[in-house]
Design a protein. Structure first.
Length: 404
């Protein structure tokens, strides 16, 4: 349903077609704007890891009318095990503990969720795949945009929803180094054959300073995820061979299934390698240009809240634009005011999780696994989990959604 009100700044270019971009396009279209989404990849990216939708993000999903669709796409992970090098389970955890989710929250594969958002917007929005923005020149009446392939066009507004390495942020706000803050860890995830026969189950193998995680939501394939200290010399982010070499060296001799997973790595169609970083900015707009999602406030992949922030940010930004009838100055100011506390709490959570997720010594690993094993067996497990879950639950619900 569109809005026939008289709107200023009706045409909006959105860079990025993962989560924040299509979600923003969904709401803008509903409010009567005309969004165009440009995406560097030649087609929708179907790969990626599992992502959580928590708290107010699930309220956004419901307001989009997509709750049942998302439920059907759920990973439906039944639980998981922390394992020793031999493969022996050290602690078996149910879905609540392994996913650290409250009732009503859910988990989907990033690629599946991106597909759902694209399917919900493809008929009402213009998508330009295989292209990227190369220049932005703002004037009094709009932004003149140049592309790598498409001819130049003018848009009323431009929104960067293009992630950690945002092109819009670089062009409009300055070099990445000003805003992207590494947390000292790297992560890699890729698809492998499900040679362990996992059935909606995941395995986590901790070693000092590193973690190997494998999970499967389909019978024939699994996802392998590695977290490890950042290398002294960082590879180019487009040099997959160098990234694979660094990952192989980092996990040489680590044991368990690491070698088998790494042997499958070169054949994976969706290898993803990234620094565990946060994006911190004092403001998310300049003139007619704004940012949303990871481009503006990435809490880091280890926060478990990146997708939720992207979804909620898109809802709030579009809602503020509607409430301001397209007046970008008022809309961007309202967006920042509404989101600031929610963003700050989740960015703080991401830094805390990064510091605690990877145990630094065998003693710490033993303490972690013992705690998980004992908590899972307690008859008052829910009560014991409350202090563990409290920071995440508070961060996931640190915003009251306006009814735009």
């Amino acid at each position: 349903m569109t809005n026939s009100r008289r709107l200023a700044n009706r045409t909006v270019l959105i860079s990025g077609a993962s989560v924040a971009g299509p979600a923003l396009a969904f709401w803008l279209r509903r409010y009567g704007f005309t969004p165009t989404v440009v995406e560097l990849a030649p087609a929708l990216r179907d790969g990626g890891y599992k992502v959580d939708l928590r708290g107010v993000a699930m309220q956004v999903v419901e307001r989009m009318g997509m709750l049942e669709t998302v439920r059907r796409a759920s990973t439906a992970i039944r639980g998981g095990s922390w394992v020793a090098e031999s493969g022996k389970p050290l602690a078996n955890l149910g879905p609540d503990l392994i996913g650290m989710r409250a009732p009503g929250d859910d988990e989907v594969m990033r690629g599946d969720f991106a597909r759902l958002l694209y399917d919900a917007t493809r008929d009402g929005c213009e998508y330009l795949f295989g292209d990227t923005i190369t220049g932005l020149h703002e004037g009094p009446d709009g932004v003149d945009v140049t592309f790598r392939h498409a001819p130049p066009r003018r848009f009323d507004l431009v929104i960067g929803a293009d992630g950690l390495h945002s092109t819009v942020r670089r062009l409009a706000f300055g070099p990445q180094e000003r805003y992207v803050h590494p947390l000292g860890m790297h992560a890699a995830v890729f698809t492998v054959p499900n040679h362990l026969g996992l059935d909606h189950w995941e395995l986590l193998y901790p070693t000092p300073g590193k973690v190997v995680n494998v999970y499967a939501t389909r019978p024939d394939t699994a996802k392998a995820q590695f977290v490890f200290p950042s290398p002294a010399v960082l590879p180019d982010r487009f040099d997959r061979a160098a990234q694979e070499r660094i990952l192989t060296e980092a996990f040489a001799g680590v044991g368990w299934e690491s070698d088998a997973l790494l042997r499958a790595m070169p054949h994976s169609p969706d290898f993803y390698f990234t620094p565990v970083s946060q994006v911190r900015m004092d403001h998310w707009s300049t003139g007619r240009i704004a940012l949303v999602g990871d481009a503006a406030y990435s809490p880091s992949p280890l926060s478990g809240q990146g997708t939720s922030l992207a979804l909620v940010g898109a809802y709030v930004l579009a809602g503020e634009m509607s409430a301001a009838a397209g007046d970008h100055r008022a809309a961007y100011a309202g967006y920042r005011e509404a989101m600031r506390e929610y963003v700050d709490v989740n960015v703080a959570l991401g830094a805390s999780n990064a510091a605690q997720m990877v145990a630094g010594s065998p003693r710490q690993i033993k303490m972690q696994t013992t705690m998980m094993r004992l908590v899972n067996r307690l008859p008052w497990k829910d009560l014991a989990m409350r202090p563990i879950m409290k920071p995440l639950n508070e961060a996931a619900n640190a915003l009251t959604l306006a009814a735009y």
